[in-house]
Design a protein around this ligand. Structure first.
Ligand SMILES: Nc1ncnc2c1ncn2[C@@H]1O[C@H](COP(=O)(O)OP(=O)(O)OP(=O)(O)O)[C@@H](O)[C@H]1O
Length: 353
């Protein structure tokens, strides 16, 4: 079993902490995404797990092995942790097979194991290709095979898909996910891309300013964000000021049914902010007999499968975005009626500084 525990990790550069007491557990064989904006401490945390940076406090435990702890610092090469770096970092003068073999104990390098590993990542028959003769996605899969070769307890993936173009990225993500699932490898993926985190991970740990703001399944993170910041950071949300009426918020979208965010308290009449997912805004003809608010369509960005409609709501300064099915008959500079299909989440209004 290779459960990974990150326990109360505090990490600093020159005495200035940039990771503040982060704790989460990745069950054996699962993939956790560490998600956060630039500078939130993701790479530092990854370096602590890999043994490349000693934390001020806290522990890293894999299974029953303490890798980092009070008076314990197992060196990186003895951690049984594999690293897939951002740029794949293959040895340019070695072919794919030799790159993979490099991850194996000397005795196994000449045998069939490198080719088996290449087959496992879907690169059968490409062992004699040099890195320069492989596509970006193929290079990543060689890097994954090399990292998996010594059968590590944990694999760390540091923004591994950011250099790939969009069409290749989805495919390589799915392939990597499949290999990790098949080999039952515990993995941590560092990313600032919320689609990547939600689509690949079993668990998402969100960092902001070096603090863990929420950890949970992708559905929990998306459906029940604990803060207004998280609602906007993951998935984008329309956030409007309003008044809590107990079970609903009166705001520019009318009376929007809502639940209170975790740990929030509000009394009827309190000022709150309500977060509503863009895809939960339903657009209808303005003369449609229903509740909701009439808004002006500013722009329609068509993406084929869906479209983002930018709307001016009465009394709201900034435009809001609705996500609708592509090809919906919505036209710029006309009016639509906006209804909210699912309850929003209410948070205490942010006080002016
Ligand atoms: N070697 C270093 N010396 C001093 N400060 C550093 C060093 N590396 C990172 N930092 C600082 O630590 C904080 C966290 O950085 P880190 O690289 O861990 O964030 P990140 O979330 O991985 O960011 P990004 O997504 O941009 O890579 C930032 O404020 C950064 O400026």
């Amino acid at each position: 079993m290779s459960e990974l525990q990150v326990r109360k990790v505090v990490a600093a550069y020159d005495g200035a902490p940039v990771v503040h007491g982060v704790t989460f557990t990745v069950p054996s064989g699962q993939l956790a995404a560490v998600l956060g904006p630039s500078g939130s401490g993701k790479s530092t945390l990854m370096r602590v797990i890999a043994g490349l940076h000693s934390p001020l406090e806290g522990a890293i435990v894999v299974g029953d092995r303490v890798l980092t702890g009070p008076r314990v610092e197992v060196p990186p090469e003895r951690r049984r942790i594999g690293l897939v770096p951002q740029d794949a970092a293959l040895f340019p003068h070695l072919d794919a097979r030799a790159n993979v073999a490099f991850g194996l104990p000397r005795a196994e390098r000449a045998g069939s194991r490198p080719d088996e590993l290449l087959t496992m990542v879907g690169l059968e028959g490409l062992g004699s290709r040099m890195p320069g003769e492989l596509s970006g996605g193929q290079r990543h899969r060689v890097a994954l095979a090399r990292a998996l070769a010594p059968q590590p307890d944990v694999i760390l993936l540091d923004e591994p898909f950011s250099a790939l173009d969009a069409s290749l990225r989805a495919e390589v993500r799915a392939q990597v996910r499949q290999v990790l699932r098949r080999t039952r490898t515990t993995a941590v993926l560092v990313t600032h891309d919320q689609d990547e985190a939600l689509s690949m991970a079993d668990i998402v740990a969100v960092l902001d300013g070096g603090r863990l703001v929420q950890v949970g399944s992708p559905t929990e993170i998306y459906e029940s964000p604990h803060s207004r910041w998280l609602a906007q950071f993951v998935g984008g949300a329309v956030v409007l000021p309003g008044t809590w009426t107990g079970g609903a918020v009166t705001c520019a979208l009318g009376e929007v049914p809502a639940t209170l965010g975790l740990g929030e308290t509000a009394h009827a009449g309190d000022r709150v902010e309500v977060a509503v997912r863009s895809e939960h805004l339903v657009l209808e003809r303005p003369d449609h007999a229903s509740d909701g608010t009439v808004a002006l369509v500013r722009n329609v960005a068509y993406f084929g499968h869906d479209a983002v409609v930018t709307l001016d709501l009465p009394g709201v300064q900034d435009p809001v975005e609705a996500r609708v099915i592509g090809g919906s008959p919505v036209v710029p500079d006309t009016e639509v009626r906006v209804r909210v299909a699912r309850p929003g989440i209410a948070f205490a209004a942010e006080r002016p500084a």
